[in-house]
Design a protein around this ligand. Structure first.
Ligand SMILES: C[S@@+](CC[C@H](N)C(=O)[O-])C[C@H]1O[C@@H](n2cnc3c(N)ncnc32)[C@H](O)[C@@H]1O
Length: 476
């Protein structure tokens, strides 16, 4: 891929992390994508698709793609190679002029929207206006191609009972927070909508929620804040693909460069971002069965009965490890850490986050002197608190065992939640519930895998400290 990094900007769905991918997984996934080849466009899809690209090209005044066609796959609509594509080829080019952005909100409505109305809500308003215009909309073919009510599976649409399936995961609280946020935004825009009864008279919260989720699952971050990019948004996600949607500010187009060769008929996939299943589920309404970007949020706090609690909190605060108060629970204030899959404890790969290990070292202190020693050590080194193993080996082991016991507890809870989900594919339950159960299963098993890897790392670390030997089950 040859790109001028000064001109090119990666369109983002959310901030990427920088975790490296494993080569064998990339290969396995390329095979999966090749297997998709069998899912060629069905006839009804072909007729809609035959009209869509010519319509968009006419609107844009340029050719958007000569190598892709729209078809159907197990992921819904998708783009397929219509000719042989070589790695490095530009496979589509969508001009900014045929993208929908928050700037498309009618000026008379825009002037009534406050700063508290974000870009997703603004784009949702654009979709509602265009949908209301029906065939008179200049975007009618695009609007009618978007998913209908009932076709989206983001957790914000899950019933209370369905959400119970993922209560164990941070997705549960994230979903509730997002639902609250969308309700707030709807209340904030309602007065503006009420000024245009001819357009919005019959718009309900449900309509807004649907439009909001359509934007959330299809729009890309761009220089306009957010952009819906017709045609490119038929591309499905493959976490191992190196192909990204890029924006060229100079040429005013969004482009995709093929990351590998494709035979005619193969489904072309890109990577939306290095997203965990929790992000994919909340924002896009799908999961993948083995997601290397999975992660778990660990919530740790200093017990109320700890006589050194105030001193510890002050020390953490002073070293920028601030306590978070969880507004959803009365009794939860603490510190939150993200754990990703932990690889070997013997040098290679990522271990437990240093900040979490520092926290448990502070947590394990049993005298004011130990806390003072930690503070002095930080001042003598790079200023960061408790980043080195504690000098007292038994205290270092104890600190990590505190974390280990919390992880063991979480593993038991995840195990129990997963057991309650089984079997995931009961023929007697409806398709939607079966699909959502499978997603809940993917989510929980991915998070459990991360927890188990952290457990293995910690067990091995404590064993090595206490015996001086490498743990027998440690990878070689
Ligand atoms: C940008 S759209 C892609 C086009 C979409 N398939 C359609 O029918 O319009 C994103 C949506 O496609 C689906 N999707 C994309 N990649 C997927 C994947 N790897 N597995 C399952 N669903 C996927 C999800 O429904 C997601 O919200």
């Amino acid at each position: 891929m040859s790109q001028d990094s000064r001109r090119w900007k990666k369109h983002t769905k959310r901030t990427d992390n920088t975790e490296k991918e494993r080569k064998h997984e990339t290969v396995a996934n390329s095979k999966k994508a090749r297997d998709e080849k069998t899912l060629l466009p069905s006839r009804d899809v072909v007729s809609t698709c035959n009209e869509f690209l010519p319509w968009l090209q006419q609107k844009a005044g340029i050719e958007i793609s000569s190598v892709l066609t729209i078809g159907n796959s197990i992921y819904g609509r998708s783009l397929f190679a219509s000719k042989f594509i070589q790695a490095g080829d530009c496979i589509l080019k969508v001009p900014f002029s045929v993208q929908l952005t928050p700037d498309n909100v009618l000026p008379e409505i825009r002037s009534l929207l406050g700063d508290n109305v974000g870009n997703v809500a603004r784009l949702a308003i654009v979709l509602l206006v265009e949908r209301k215009m029906g065939e008179d909309s200049g975007w009618a073919p695009y609007i009618s191609s978007l998913p209908q009510a009932g076709e989206l599976h983001s957790t914000i649409f899950w019933s209370k009972k369905e959400l119970e399936m993922v209560r164990q995961s941070p997705v549960y609280k994230e979903t509730i927070n997002q639902q609250t946020q969308i309700e707030k935004e709807f209340l904030a825009i309602r007065p503006a909508l009420d000024r245009f009864p001819q357009i919005f008279e019959d718009i309900t919260f449900k309509d807004f929620l649907h439009a909001y989720a359509v934007v959330g699952s299809r729009a890309w971050g761009s220089s306009k804040g957010l952009s819906l990019i017709p045609f490119a948004d038929f591309l499905n996600h493959d976490g191992y693909s190196e192909a990204l949607l890029l924006g060229d500010e100079h040429k005013q187009v969004s482009e995709v460069i093929a990351d590998r060769d494709y035979d005619p008929g193969e489904q072309v996939l890109i990577r939306y971002g290095k997203f965990s299943n929790s992000t994919l589920l909340v924002d896009f309404g799908f999961t993948i069965s083995y997601n290397t970007y999975d992660q778990v949020q660990i919530w740790v706090s200093i017990p109320e009965h700890d006589p050194l609690r105030i001193m510890k909190l002050e020390l953490l605060d002073k070293h920028r490890m601030q306590t978070i108060t969880n507004t959803n629970d009365v009794d939860s204030s603490g510190h939150s850490f993200i754990i990703k899959e932990v690889r070997s404890s013997r040098g290679k790969g990522k271990g437990i986050p240093q900040s979490l290990r520092a926290f448990v070292r502070v947590l394990s202190a049993s005298s004011p002197q130990e806390l003072k020693d930690l503070e002095m050590e930080a001042a003598k080194n790079d200023g960061r608190l408790a980043r080195r193993p504690l000098k007292d080996m038994s205290r270092e082991i104890q600190a990590h065992q505190i974390l280990l016991s919390q992880i063991v507890h979480l593993i038991q809870e995840y195990d129990a939640s997963i057991k309650r989900l089984r079997p995931v594919n009961l023929p007697s339950i409806d398709r939607q519930l079966s699909l959502r159960r499978r997603m809940a299963h993917d989510l929980l098993t991915g998070e459990l895998r991360v927890l188990k890897s952290a457990y293995a790392w910690l067990t091995s670390y404590c064993y090595t400290l206490s015996t001086g030997n490498v743990h027998p089950s440690a990878p070689g």
